[in-house]
Design a protein around this ligand. Structure first.
Ligand code: NAD
Length: 478
């Protein structure tokens, strides 16, 4: 059996048990067997990180740069292989998988540079002759908990800044997609890190995640996943005053105004709603369309959706791969039934498809005649399912866009500078897009939302320093 072990204290160790990693495009295809840590092994990973943290926290920026730069170089060089592996375990298309692997490599390179650029401030004291210095120090041991939908990019955008700013890491990937994180661990195991600075503990959230939440030795938890788990993580972290950062769900609106360029709007909506099988926290799941363009937009969407090729993620020409697993597929189908029961019209899609291999294939679904109070417009479905909500005018469209518990990303398609700038200013979200899909962001700038979507400091770009460091103010009377 091709068993992939956990990586703890610089050593590969078998788990208490192992689980098969199944390809959602072909459930007969086992990507590999991956260890599952028990509580004792999770504790061992935390203990190794605790031992390694002080020395790594005092390592030079050059040492950190060298490790992260080497990892980034290797991931970029192997992006085809790693991207294909990712698509095989998660089901996004090969082009999307390779793009994500490239992004992960670029993130390591970016934070390699940030390790060198970490500065401080020195200011005169209000008292004569005294100076004050503000410096940033690592927080210590960081626990990282990630979801299944970006198997390499999300681990990368947490691991790289954690290491760049001098922290030791215990990484727990989602159960469904351990292969990409295992590949990062394998790269890091040869990149020059001292033993124990990076530890991979694959396994269940209720076991490994729980151990990290409970341990007083894990100073900070960076979590991305569902709202429900995020709330649990926040409560557990608050009980022992651990630093916590949460990225959770979305119900992102893409507003299409009467003056929009139709092709641009349809392109943004198709990409935002359905690419990566709609399994993106930034997916454009609510298409809020003003009445003058509504019918033309819906007709064009239906025509385009019918042309989308849903098939094996690794096949050339596939636009949309399978849903990630049976339970997510069940959830998608349940919401399609709920939408119908609520009185929405299914304009196209929402059907199970048979392909050459057994997999979780679902045709992209577009609901019309929906209103914003329907459950399909309030709850995150997390699949290739989107709704059109008709609005009278811009003001009503903006109100609908903001009428949600979430606040991750919002987009507007318009040729009006006035409406574009007003929307950027008034959308209650962490990220806005003009004439672009709500999904698809750069790797060197902050990512995150507000309201029910995110909690704590932003991830990515230079803003990542807030979470992965703590500030020290030092007074000197020379
Ligand atoms: P999930 O909440 O089920 O799991 C996320 C992680 O938490 C997994 O590693 C899981 O094992 C772990 N976990 C589960 N129970 C735990 C517990 N009791 N203690 C500690 N850890 C535990 O989410 P998922 O299904 O893997 O991912 C899909 C969700 O992620 C969607 O809601 C999506 O919107 C969200 N997401 C958000 C962003 C963002 O940045 N906002 C990005 C990607 C995905």
């Amino acid at each position: 059996m091709d068993l992939h072990s956990n990586y703890i204290d610089g050593t590969w160790v078998e788990g208490a048990e192992a689980a098969p990693n199944i390809n959602p495009s072909n459930t007969d295809d086992v990507v590999g067997h991956y260890a599952r840590a028990d509580a004792a092994q999770a504790e061992a990973a935390i203990a190794a990180a605790v031992r390694a943290a002080p020395a790594w926290g005092l390592s030079t920026p050059q040492q950190r740069f060298d490790v992260l730069d080497a990892a980034g170089t290797e991931i970029l060089a192997r992006k085809e292989e790693l991207g294909t592996l990712l698509s095989r375990e998660e089901g996004k298309t090969k082009a999307e998988g390779i793009g994500e692997a490239q992004r992960a490599g670029a993130i390591f390179k970016f934070f390699a540079g940030e390790a060198l650029r970490l500065g401080g401030e020195r200011v005169p004291s209000v008292r004569p002759g005294i100076t004050v210095e503000m410096t940033r120090e690592p927080v210590g041991v960081v626990g990282i908990i990630t979801p299944w939908n970006f198997p390499i990019a999300i681990p990368a955008w947490k691991i790289a800044p954690a290491l760049a700013y001098g922290n030791a890491v215990v990484m727990k990937p989602a159960d469904l997609v351990p292969a990409s994180s295992w590949a990062i661990a394998e790269v890091l195991s040869r990149a020059g890190l001292p033993a124990g600075v990076f530890n991979l503990a694959m396994g269940r959230g209720s076991v490994v995640g729980e151990a990290m939440l409970a341990s007083p030795n894990v100073a900070a938890i960076s979590f991305t996943g569902s709202v429900e788990t995020g709330h649990k993580v926040a409560q557990r972290a608050a009980q022992r005053m651990a630093k916590v950062q949460l990225e959770m769900g979305g119900k992102n609106p893409l507003v299409v105004l009467d003056d929009a360029d139709l092709d641009t709007a349809v392109g943004a909506a198709i990409n935002g709603a359905f690419f990566s099988t709609g399994q993106r926290c930034t997916a454009s799941s609510r298409l809020v369309v003003t009445k003058g363009i509504h019918d033309r937009f819906v007709d064009a969407m239906v025509a385009k959706i019918k042309d989308l090729k849903v098939d094996d993620a690794l096949k050339d020409g596939t636009h949309i791969g399978p849903v990630v697993d049976q339970s997510q597929l069940d959830q998608d189908l349940r919401y399609i039934a709920i939408g119908r029961d609520e009185g929405a019209t299914l304009a196209v899609g929402g059907e199970l498809l048979n392909r050459e291999t057994p997999g979780f294939y679902l045709s992209p679904a577009l609901f019309v005649d929906t209103h914003n109070d329907m459950r399909i417009n309030r709850e995150e479905i997390f699949g290739p399912v989107a709704s059109v909500i008709k609005a009278d005018d811009y003001d009503q469209a903006l109100a609908i866009a903001n009428d949600t518990q979430f606040g991750l990303c919002a987009g507007v398609c318009t040729t009006s500078l006035k409406h574009a700038t007003h929307f950027q200013r008034h959308a209650q979200v962490g990220m806005t897009m003009v004439n672009l899909p709500t999904a698809g962001v750069d790797y060197h700038v902050p990512f995150g939302g507000r309201k029910g979507s995110s909690f704590g400091p932003r991830e990515q770009g230079r803003y990542a320093v807030e979470f992965y460091t703590t500030v020290k103010t030092s007074y000197v009377n020379p």
